[in-house]
Design a protein around this ligand. Structure first.
Ligand SMILES: C[S@@+](CC[C@H](N)C(=O)[O-])C[C@H]1O[C@@H](n2cnc3c(N)ncnc32)[C@H](O)[C@@H]1O
Length: 277
């Protein structure tokens, strides 16, 4: 079954689809997928399935038989409960594709896919520490040369999302190679690194203030994932989570009294006093 090319994916986007990746972001994803010749990709956070259709379309230019493993917590599209999560993929690329969508799971519950993953797209909960936890959960399924794409690393610059730093924290902490495209700054591409350096990066991002409290039963599931790491890295990851797991909750100080700025007198270059507010 031949998958549609990127241009046709946009032309056949169902009218009900919204809140999907932008066109320039889709082009950036497709460019990267073609460059690394991805054949087996994984996505966390599919919603309508539009980004899945984009990823698969680019993969289909690399090989005849690509695989896309997609995961989402929600069974139905989060903004339109009359649609199934991933439904747009089937409307865009109908029939017979290797699009393996599983809903009702968080990343810690993802089982080892049937292929070694060469491209991962993380676009689920963007609040710290979720993207880092997602990466912890899937890291052992990635090839050593895999590329990890993080969506919404510019989210904190949108006023209503200012406390949504998870993808940004992880991208900025990554000590390996990484890049963005200047017309799609919201997606960060990170090149996989060895376990010690990956854990170092993830721990650095976990040490930032958390923007979500993760329920103890969920943390236990991530702890199972952590058991796959080398003992010294297990200790580092567990120590960071223990230290920061109660850090969520933005402390806003209200009713601060307005004060009149003080006028300071500083000498100008010629020694005369000038007033600075
Ligand atoms: C921004 S939408 C994804 C948009 C999609 N990638 C696109 O561009 O077409 C985020 C999705 O992540 C899912 N989600 C949120 N938190 C999640 C979590 N912790 N684990 C898995 N999925 C999650 C939501 O149900 C939602 O469908």
């Amino acid at each position: 079954m031949i998958a549609k090319r990127l241009k046709e994916v946009f032309e056949s986007k169902p009218s009900w689809v919204k809140r999907q990746i932008k066109k320039t972001e889709a082009q950036a994803l497709a460019r990267e997928i073609r460059k690394i010749k991805s054949e087996a990709a994984l996505e966390i956070g599919s919603a309508s399935g539009f980004s899945s259709a984009v990823i698969y379309s680019a993969q289909a230019e690399n090989c005849e038989n690509p695989f896309l493993y997609a995961f989402d917590y929600s069974e139905f599209c989060y903004y339109d409960k009359s649609r199934r999560t991933g439904q747009a993929f089937e409307e865009i690329h109908p029939g017979g594709h290797n699009f393996l969508m599983k809903t009702g799971v968080i990343s810690a519950e993802i089982e080892r896919p049937g292929h070694v993953i060469d491209f991962a797209f993380i676009d689920a909960d963007h609040r710290t520490p979720w993207p880092a936890l997602d990466l912890i959960a899937i890291w052992h399924y990635l090839s050593s040369t895999a590329v990890i794409a993080l969506h919404d690393i510019e989210m904190p610059f949108v006023s209503q999302w200012r406390d949504t730093n998870g993808a940004r924290d992880l991208y900025r902490s990554w000590v390996g190679d990484k890049h963005r495209f200047d017309n799609a700054l919201n997606i960060g591409f990170m090149h996989n690194i060895d376990e010690d350096r990956m854990v170092k990066s993830v721990v650095a991002s976990l040490m930032m203030d958390w923007e979500r409290t993760i329920a103890p039963e969920m943390l236990r599931k991530f702890d199972d994932c952590i058991s796959r790491y080398e003992p010294h890295n297990q200790r580092l990851l567990r120590a960071a989570i223990l230290e920061r797991k109660n850090s969520a909750g933005i402390k806003l100080v209200r009713n601060v009294k307005k004060t009149t700025p003080k006028v300071a007198a500083l000498p100008a270059a010629d020694g005369r006093p000038i007033n600075v507010i």
